[in-house]
Design a protein around this ligand. Structure first.
Ligand code: F0G
Length: 769
């Protein structure tokens, strides 16, 4: 069945916007107990008791100035301190989130926050620290920053600043987990935080009274100055505590947890404190203390946890204090962050839709963006005009921006396509349909490289420094996914309900998968009997409507263009300029993998010439924008039985004649390539060249790539066969740096494997004769 025909030009879907935010961020923050007796203001211990903040990012068209909605639920039952927590912009979690986003220069999105309170406020269990760390980490996630364990330590300063003061103990432990020592480092004017060792079997028993103790009031009880004797006492005890915990001397822990700085003063407003601590100790706790500034009590145990819990409950009852006893393990990980899939939220691009047009490369005529036949009346394909796109920043700034995104948690940043979004899609309002794609391996395979056992490909080709860029590692197993993620995103943006392509197999597999993801009907026109088994199976599995064409790919291409025009279906062959745009990302990703250096040659197989065009256009733009300072030479390799581009090249590109194609490499079995003109200009502009290789050369090269454990489909091996030929002809020097692009996965064409092996054996026997 065909999707409903689209009347006239497609219209962009209204109400969507660009830039990518998570749809939801969930931060879970542990409770913390500060001081542990003598470690006044410098020790924090994380406990397995959590408050969770779930931030839902609302659609960006919702008013930003409306009050944030903070919904609070509590696992703690009725508690006046929880009832008193603000649910508007004064909420500490929200305030911290907004302040951190402002520090990061990221606009504050409209949000709804659900706080599930597992840590009651005002009990010395770090409940404000949970709000501060929660807000800080949620903001970092919204800004797309991921933090390794090491990088988290760097957030301690920001956390203390956001906590409004100089209290690092709770926030550092909540952020990092475990036992954390913090101190102000005068020399560097920064907080220093170190995770200290703990015995693995240590457990915490808490007694949490119903009454809370205000931290500020608790501080006012403390003296302004301490005696030298008290200072020496606390220093010694703190050192003993850390050392005893580190070596597992639990008796030493008990002896060390005796404080003269705060507990005796706070006990004045909590007269039952000494009795409760004594009850815990006599029941077998290794040590017991006031948790932070109270009112909770912390007892450290190993074997006698239950006994200590019961003793605390009994003592509280006999002392007439209401409260709850909680057994909590120690948290060793710190706060955790979970991010749900990204969606577009606010505009990031400077270009507006009106500025983006389609242009004919041949006659320079302009057309509106909504035009979807993608052919100029002069017959040539249209391109997206990208003249000024990216010029707002210099090459250095772009490199920094793209490199930073490599450590992001967002799928759009990790995508080897959308990471370069500003250069690819200067359109506000497009929601990416992404897996993510790209990020494919670049295998060193030269003779002189540390090539992880892949050096035999270098020996085969005669090259010291060769890299295989495996585009067959994309989600559907071919390079087509780079263009398809952009093409299908545009199809959705334009409001299409059905998409179509003609294909030698890979385009159809890719389109079917992305259309399925986007909820679009997919129609694929395939040359009957000429599509490899793996590719056909994919299109069937992804639920595409399959139409077999009695003829070759070139026939199917003519048919699909007509069908799309007649039936208002959105065309997704590489005639589509947005597919070419997406495929330009191969150039950016490759250069980034080379640390923005440039190899001497990039060699790739060619059929319809979309990939040659896209790679070249991407490289030329990277050069123009200053991302790289020179250009590699591009080599486009055709199968000898499907070589119209090669013939034209021999002729100095003065003429072009389609051919009747016949090659074993079914993917490039194309005689009348759509992107001839685009490809011709990039070969000329990069001082590139075109080569042809026989089917036997392709199969030999495929066997060489397969047997080192990498593997590719036959058409992909044309690039390696081309490299070998050009080295033996003296065009490429053995010491030059060469990238061969492998366009499709080994599994795409299982039938070709036996053939490649036969050819390989034959070659070996010819050599040994
Ligand atoms: N390699 C593979 C594995 C391919 O599938 C294709 C094209 C090419 C190389 C050539 O790329 O056409 O951009 O020059 N496959 C298309 C398809 C035609 O329908 O899957 P090109």
């Amino acid at each position: 069945m065909v999707g409903a025909p689209l009347a006239g030009a497609l219209q962009p879907v209204k109400g969507s916007i660009a830039m990518f935010l998570p749809s939801r961020v969930t931060v879970r923050v542990p409770a913390t107990s500060a001081n542990l007796g003598p470690g006044f203001d410098c020790l924090g211990l994380a406990l397995k008791l959590y408050t969770t903040f779930e931030v839902e990012l609302l659609p960006a068209d919702m008013a930003h100035d409306r009050e944030p909605l903070v919904e609070i639920s509590s696992a703690w039952g009725d508690d006046p301190a929880i009832d008193a927590l603000p649910t508007d912009h004064r909420n500490l979690f929200y305030q911290t989130l907004a302040r951190r986003l402002a520090d990061l220069a990221v606009p504050v999105p409209a949000v709804k926050v659900r706080a599930s309170i597992g840590i009651p406020p005002g009990r010395g269990l770090g409940s404000s620290a949970t709000a501060v760390i929660g807000g800080l980490l949620a903001a970092e996630a919204i800004a797309g920053h991921a933090h390794s364990e090491k990088q988290r330590v760097g957030l301690v300063n920001a956390a203390v600043a956001l906590e409004h003061g100089s209290h690092s103990d709770n926030v550092a432990a909540a952020l990092l987990g475990g036992l954390v020592v913090t101190s102000w480092d005068e020399r560097n004017s920064a907080w220093y935080a170190v995770r200290a060792s703990l015995p693995a079997n240590l457990c915490a028993v808490l007694f949490v009274p119903v009454f809370s103790m205000d931290t500020i009031a608790g501080r006012e009880l403390l003296p302004g100055q301490y005696t030298k004797a008290d200072a020496v006492h606390n220093l010694g005890h703190l050192a003993l505590l850390l050392a005893a915990l580190a070596v597992g001397d639990l008796k030493g822990v008990g002896a060390a947890m005796n404080d003269r700085f705060h507990e005796p003063y706070r006990a004045r407003i909590f007269p039952q404190l000494p009795d409760l601590l004594a009850a815990a100790r006599s029941a077998g706790a290794h040590g017991a203390c006031l948790s932070g500034s109270g009112s909770a009590i912390l007892a450290l145990t190993t074997e006698r946890t239950q006994e200590v819990a019961s003793a605390l409950a009994r003592a509280a009852q006999s002392l007439n204090i209401d409260g709850r006893v909680v057994i909590a393990g120690l948290d060793h990980c710190g706060a955790t962050v979970e991010i749900d899939q990204c969606r577009p939220a606010v505009e990031i691009n400077t270009s507006s839709r009106e500025e983006v047009v389609l242009r004919c490369a041949a006659c320079a005529r302009h057309f509106p963006l909504e035009r979807t036949d993608y052919r100029c009346p002069c017959g040539q394909p249209l391109d997206v005009a990208l003249d000024d796109v990216g010029t707002a920043m210099d090459g250095y700034a772009w490199r920094q921006c793209f490199d930073e995104r490599l450590s992001s948690l967002h799928a759009v940043d990790r995508s080897g396509v959308w990471r370069f979004r500003e250069l690819l899609l200067p359109l506000p309002g497009v929601a990416p349909i992404t897996r993510p794609e790209g990020q494919t391996n670049l295998y060193p395979a030269g003779r002189a490289q540390h090539s992880n056992g892949h050096g035999r490909v270098g020996e085969f080709t005669g090259l010291d420094r060769l890299w295989l860029k495996h585009e067959g590692e994309n989600p559907t197993g071919s390079f087509k996914d780079r263009g398809m993620t952009v093409g299908v995103s545009i199809a959705r943006w334009l409001g299409a309900s059905a998409v179509a392509c003609a294909s030698t197999g890979n385009t159809s597999a890719s389109m079917a998968a992305y259309a399925a993801q986007a909820g679009l009907h997919a129609i694929v026109l395939l040359p009957q009997g000429k599509v490899a088994a793996g590719k056909l199976s994919q299109a069937i599995a992804y639920d595409a409507e399959i139409r077999q064409v009695a003829g070759d790919f070139d026939r199917a291409m003519v048919d699909v263009e007509r069908m799309c025009l007649d039936e208002g279906i959105y065309l997704l062959n590489s005639l589509n300029p947005f597919r070419i745009l997406g495929q330009q990302s191969l150039a950016f990703e490759l250069m980034q993998q080379f640390a923005w250096d440039v190899p001497d040659w990039i060699v790739l197989p060619a059929g319809n010439l979309g990939n040659t065009s896209a790679l070249g256009m991407g490289l030329l733009r990277a050069h123009r924008l200053g991302l790289v300072d020179r250009l590699p030479r591009i080599v486009s390799v055709q199968a000898a039985g499907a070589n119209p581009f090669y013939q034209s090249y021999l002729d100095g590109f003065s003429s072009f004649h389609p051919v009747k194609a016949q090659t074993i490499a079914t993917a490039i079995n194309i005689g009348d390539p759509v992107s001839y003109l685009r490809a011709k200009s990039v070969i000329q502009a990069t001082n590139g060249l075109v080569a042809q290789v026989t089917d036997a050369e392709i199969l030999q090269a495929k066997a060489a790539v397969d047997r080192v454990g990498i593997g590719c489909e036959p058409a992909s091996a044309a690039s390696v066969a081309g490299v070998k030929q050009l080295v033996s002809r003296g065009v490429i020097q053995p010491t030059e740096r060469v990238v061969a692009v492998l366009t499709g996965n080994l599994l795409k064409d299982p039938d070709a494997i036996m053939l490649a092996h036969q050819v390989h054996k034959q070659t070996l026997s010819e050599i040994s004769v």
